[in-house]
Design a protein around this ligand. Structure first.
Ligand SMILES: Nc1ncnc2c1ncn2[C@@H]1O[C@H](COP(=O)(O)OP(=O)(O)OP(=O)(O)O)[C@@H](O)[C@H]1O
Length: 624
């Protein structure tokens, strides 16, 4: 069947196309399609874009367009994707949160110059928060609340929230249904919103924004966190909507690796089908053009192919199963009311293991991990959930055990939670959202050292000093080790690594040296400066790197990396992958569980000892 000269795939989407067309709510967008010269967005050449508050034109701009004019026609069929580390600057500009100099004569949104554009624009940021998150208040919120939500019965369900959005939606019931269906949310209507998994929540937020049918809809990294099937359905939906003049014009952003695959010295176009144009912004680079120009001209000329992706991991590192059992689960079950999320899970994790935990959105990965971290209330009622616990109740660390505290396996009920936090390092979307940003002046250094206890409380220690409790054995030795660890992760994962001036490569300028009892450790000036920066002043990708350092700094026995690469740019991911198996990265005494929906993001292969555990319809199995 052809609608608008367009081949339509799925029947429910066919309906969406025809019915959205009938309403024709966006007359202006349609007129652009019929030759109206006014574009939807226009940032002229030689514009400088400043953060609000930048005193004058002598302040440094966020970015400059130089000889590039960025024009989005707003015509049906055109679809822009934004990539590069500066993509959020571009969104901020479109949201009116920056100042453009000179002020564009026709306005930033020429097509909407006779109306206030801002009610016609919706933005779905990358960051999600199931509760009121630090993005709003900067304070801590307890993300573990979601695991008990149904007991309390006090949170709105997705269905209730959908009914509320219906009141303000210009779309018909059938149109809203078609969107809900194509985002795979219908079967979740009875789930409390707080309990939605990450991927489910991202889809729910996109659905809500689509219900408003704005003229311009901006989606920041919409593919991140979606499983393979949801990604396919989402791409199918956007492919359809882009052809409908009365539907929102949708601008999406991506991490570079989501649209370009680097390998064998060449770059391959793996961008979603609906993209027709690409804007790249990073540092002083600002480039806009068609998809074909991007892949044929821009990528080969401007992105260093040889240095991306690939052979960073030493293939000799295969310690899988080499050590003692760290976690043991037998017949583990979790259910909410009648909804069984985990059903008879058996899993053993040993030191040296590198696991890729797989499963679609909502398959129970986060739930399973929350049992291992002891965050889930149902962790206490499992018959056989053995977790690491202190060998004795005395201080956990002394001179000989500074890098490997004494531990044994215990039932969850006999595992002291603070000790568990000490032995299990975590970075997950929930933790990223919950990490408090409000402590006055919390520095990067301070944020990293909260990892020694798995706590969220800044200790306000100056750079170069760390906290050690007086009761901890051999405090002096421990202090020295902790300071060294902080510098190791900062140097290995800080800007020195992702900006290409790591101390392990050629000597960057202005390098200093610090000497510890064991061996000298080089710390570059850029690392020292970074350590002193305020955590909140960093962009989300940098914050994520710092929280990865926090997870690694204590050399935890078990490391849980849940969707850690989301929000990070490719160079950061490369640096992290390199660090994880480098000299100061992970050891054979540590076990790792990694969660990602992108196989290419797993730093290990089966030759490196990678194992896969897959959750499907409540059951878990090892796959080979
Ligand atoms: N308190 C709750 N009440 C009801 N259902 C819940 C509750 N908590 C979680 N769920 C449901 O349990 C399922 C598992 O969620 P979980 O977050 O573990 O999925 P996931 O595999 O991590 O998904 P994603 O890949 O999207 O992060 C989801 O369908 C979720 O809606």
């Amino acid at each position: 069947m052809r609608v608008l000269g367009v081949r339509c795939g799925h029947p429910r989407l066919r309906f969406l196309v025809t019915s959205v067309n009938r309403r024709g709510t966006h007359a202006a967008a349609t007129s652009a399609h019929h030759g109206d010269p006014l574009p939807l967005i226009q940032i002229p050449k030689h514009s400088s874009v400043y953060a609000f508050g930048a005193a004058n034109e002598r302040s440094s701009p966020l970015f400059q367009t130089k000889d590039v004019e960025w024009t989005v026609s707003g015509a049906a069929g055109e679809s822009w994707g934004i990539v590069g580390r500066g993509k959020r600057n571009v969104f901020q500009t479109l949201l009116g949160h920056t100042r453009i100099h000179p002020v564009p004569q026709k306005g930033l949104f020429p097509i909407m110059r006779d109306t206030d554009p801002f009610p016609n624009i919706k933005f779905v940021p990358f960051r999600h928060s199931n509760a009121v998150g630090p993005g709003d208040s900067g304070g801590f919120y307890d993300y573990t609340a979601r695991y008990g939500a149904l007991w309390e019965g006090d949170d709105k369900t997705l269905g209730e929230s959908v009914r509320e959005s219906a009141h303000t939606s210009p779309l018909s019931l059938q149109q809203r249904d078609a969107i809900m269906e194509s985002l795979g949310l219908r079967e979740l209507l009875d789930v409390p919103r707080i309990a939605l998994s990450n991927g489910q929540m991202r889809r729910a937020r996109i659905m809500k924004a689509l219900f408003k049918n704005p003229r311009l809809l901006m989606l920041d990294e919409p593919l991140t966190g979606l499983d393979v099937i949801s990604r396919r359905r989402f791409v199918e939906l956007l492919e359809m909507l882009k052809k409908v003049p009365s539907a929102p014009r949708i601008i999406t952003s991506y991490r570079l690796q989501e649209i370009v695959e680097f390998g064998d010295g060449a770059a391959r176009d793996v961008a979603p089908e609906f993209l027709t144009h690409i804007l790249f912004h990073e540092g002083d680079k600002f480039w806009a053009g068609t998809r074909r120009e991007f892949f044929n001209d821009f990528v080969p000329q401007h992105l260093e192919l040889g240095q991306r992706r690939g052979d960073t991991i030493d293939a000799a590192t295969n310690n899988a199963g080499a050590g003692r059992t760290v976690v043991h689960l037998k017949d583990v079950n979790v259910k909410y009311g009648t909804r069984k999320v985990l059903d008879g899970i058996n899993w053993e994790i040993r030191q040296g293991d590198r696991w890729h935990l797989q499963g679609g959105n909502g398959s129970g990965k986060t739930t399973l991990l929350s049992l291992l971290t002891g965050d889930h209330p149902q962790s206490y009622v499992q018959k056989h959930l053995l977790l690491p616990s202190p060998e004795s109740t005395s201080a956990p660390v002394n001179q000989s055990t500074v890098t490997q505290p004494a531990w044994k396996l215990e039932h969850r009920k006999r595992t002291p939670t603070p000790y568990l936090q000490y032995l299990v390092g975590v970075l997950s979307p929930e933790l990223f959202d919950a990490f408090p940003r409000r402590y006055p002046g919390m520095s990067v250094w301070d944020a990293v050292q909260t990892g020694f206890r798995g706590s969220f409380i800044a200790l306000n220690k100056p750079v170069g000093d760390v906290h050690v409790d007086p009761w901890e054995a051999d405090a002096a030795c421990l202090k020295e080790w902790r300071i060294r660890r902080c510098w190791e992760v900062l140097e290995g994962l800080g800007p020195a690594s992702w900006n290409g001036s790591s101390s392990s490569s050629s000597k960057p300028q202005g390098q200093e040296e610090t000497v510890t009892r064991e061996s000298p450790l080089k710390i570059s000036t850029v690392t020292r400066e970074f350590a002193a920066m305020s955590f909140t002043s960093l962009n989300p990708g940098e914050q994520r790197m710092v929280l990865l350092m926090r997870a690694l700094v204590g050399r935890p026995l078990l490391l849980i990396l849940d969707e850690v690469w989301s929000g990070m740019e490719e160079k950061m991911i490369e640096a992290a992958r390199f660090h994880l198996d480098g000299l100061n990265g992970l050891g054979a005494d540590q076990a790792v569980i990694l969660v990602t929906h992108w196989d290419s993001e797993v730093p290990w292969t089966p030759e490196h000892g990678l194992k896969m555990f897959r959750l499907e319809e409540g059951s878990g199995r090892i796959i080979s």
